[in-house]
Design a binder for this molecule. Structure first.
Ligand code: PHE
Length: 342
């Protein structure tokens, strides 16, 4: 009888070798270990065995059963590991240095407003220029018709370096270099970070952003200035805006203006946002002073142009309803990651 046990054991080992997947393994398990399986049928042979051999036969069958179980389990583990590996191999490989989806960053609100404006001006034929943050006195002031000791400098105190250079107080500081680079005719905007020696509060910062724009050509007039400003602002706020000009003084423009827009919140009736005046001061601008054109190598007899200095930071505050200017430089992810491009 023990020969039969050995035979079944041999058959099992061979069959196990041939099994290639979990389904085959399960079939084999049923074949050997189910109630009517081969191991159970050996047990039923017990009654045909002489009494003195019963014990050792029973033991051997039990040993076989344990062996079959153990070998099946081991093979199952092998097959499962191989299946897992095959799945990994078949899956597209990924770059584990990429950030997790949940951590994808967002743009700073100033960047969003800046990019939107750049697109608008590009579509109107302007180029977008980059410029320095550390400039010299000539570019920041003298080339803009602000000689030394001119009182207009008082409003633009800034941070000076030991070598006499300074952190630019306005994007107008790039006007001279851009005029010299391209000559006339010229349409360009130049966004940039500006600095002033200010005590900070909810509406004042020592570091803020502007976007300057200049357009120089033959016969450029105030009507062109109004048209471009109105078109651009209507795009930014996604509605028709009404603008008005008030006189404003800047040595590098003549005449100079403060451009206001009709309050977008109350429509001009007066509300706390516009301090009940119905208008919001938005953008200083004017016709470029002949001296400034001359400094830039452009003949004011032949060409004229307008310039404007949009407060990007201010615009972002208005567009997103940000009440405290200090939010922008705080580096708070909570505050700055709430904004999305439109
Ligand atoms: N540069 C001026 C400022 O920052 C703004 C301005 C720009 C005014 C262009 C007129 C024309 O105060």
């Amino acid at each position: 009888m023990s020969q039969k046990i050995e035979q079944i054991r041999g058959e099992f080992e061979a069959a196990l070798e041939a099994v290639l997947d979990i389904a085959g393994l399960e079939a084999l398990r049923l074949e050997y270990l189910s109630k009517k399986g081969k191991v159970a049928s050996l047990m039923s042979e017990l009654r045909n065995i002489p009494n003195e051999e019963k014990k050792s036969f029973g033991q051997k069958v039990n040993e076989l059963k344990a062996l079959v179980e153990q070998r099946l389990n081991a093979r199952r583990e092998e097959l499962e590991a191989a299946a897992e590996q095959a799945l990994i191999d078949a899956t597209e490989s990924y770059d584990d240095s990429l950030p997790a989806i949940e951590q994808v960053g967002s743009y700073h609100p100033i960047t969003l407003v800046q990019r939107e404006l750049e697109q608008i001006f590009l579509s109107m034929g302007f180029t977008v220029e980059d410029y320095l943050e550390v400039v010299d006195d000539f570019h920041c002031f003298e080339a803009l018709n602000i000689p030394k000791h001119h009182p207009a400098r008082d409003m633009q105190d800034t941070y000076y370096l030991d070598n006499g250079q300074l952190l630019k107080t306005h994007t107008s500081a790039a006007q001279n270099a851009i005029m010299k680079k391209y000559g006339a005719p010229l349409r360009a905007v130049f966004p940039g970070r500006c600095f002033r020696n200010e005590s900070t509060d909810a509406s004042h910062e020592n570091t803020f952003f502007q976007m300057e724009g200049i357009m120089i050509d033959k016969d450029i007039s105030i009507s062109n200035l109004i048209y471009f400003m109105k078109t651009m602002l209507s795009e930014v706020f996604h509605k028709d805006v009404t603008v008005r000009l008030r006189p404003g003084f800047f040595p590098f423009v003549e005449p100079g203006f403060e451009l206001d827009i009709k309050c977008l919140i109350c429509g001009g009736d007066g509300c706390p946002s516009c301090k009940n005046s119905g208008w919001l001061e938005l953008c200083p601008c004017g016709m470029i002073h002949p001296n400034v054109l001359r400094y830039g190598g452009i003949d004011p007899e032949e060409y004229s142009g307008f310039a404007f200095g949009l407060g990007l930071t201010r615009l972002a505050m208005m567009k997103y309803g940000i009440k405290d200017i200090r939010v922008f430089n705080k580096g708070s992810l909570k505050a700055n990651s709430q904004f999305n491009a439109e």
